[in-house]
Write a protein that binds this ligand. Structure first.
Ligand SMILES: [Zn+2]
Length: 81
């Protein structure tokens, strides 16, 4: 019998200042990466997809940045989270 499934792994990558649409000011944002894995016997073996999200630390607004915006903010990071 083969036991298989999927599992999400999420981790906080960094924090950087960026303009927020809801706050209307430049605030610190947290970059979070999520990756879904195919698992065999509960062990992640094949990555299926990856998603990057930005969360405003002041209001909590979540956005999905483009790859260019993600890389630009990653270079401006003020601290690894
Ligand atoms: Zn905000």
């Amino acid at each position: 019998m083969i036991i298989y499934g999927v599992r999400n792994r999420t981790h906080t990558t960094w924090q950087a200042p960026a303009p927020c649409r809801r706050c209307g000011a430049t605030t610190v944002h947290t970059g979070v990466q999520s990756r879904r894995w195919l698992t065999l016997f509960f062990i992640p073996v094949i990555p299926l997809w990856q998603r990057c999200r930005l969360y405003c630390n002041r209001c909590g607004l979540a956005t999905t940045p483009t790859r260019a915006v993600w890389e630009a903010l990653r270079c401006q990071r003020i601290a690894p989270a």
